[in-house]
Write a protein of this length. Sequence first.
Length: 151
Amino acid sequence: MFTKEAKAKLEETKALLDKGEKIVVEMEKKTKQIVLNVSVDAQEEIDVDFLQGMVNRMVVSFFKYGKVEEGYGKDGAMDAIESLKLRLKAFEEGNEAKNLKKGNVEMLMDVANFAMIGFMFPREGEYFEATDSNKSVGRVTKSGHTTERKN
């Protein structure tokens, strides 16, 4: 299934993840660094460890499955949104067949990655339209009510 080189790289990447190391994406023998511009006032609104976890999982998936475009692009056979729903269900309910207990927040990184893939490769009829608060569907309180109120 994997070339020897890809399998070795996958094992190396998994070992780094197991040690809690961060994975750095390398391209053409150079390190590619992603820079996020965030207002100083809003820095607490971003979780860098979550974002790094998303990147780590995308890197591992590249070595396991190949290029994301080949799986989810125009000619791909995979469905990012259905895959997202599967992970969200595993987070909410667990998955006995895979021995996953409910509440594993790693599944939320996968949900975010599949949302990103869905954004990158929208299905037919899907589109991007920037909206403001007047089109917001709201947020849900812990008691289950939908609201548009501030925190």
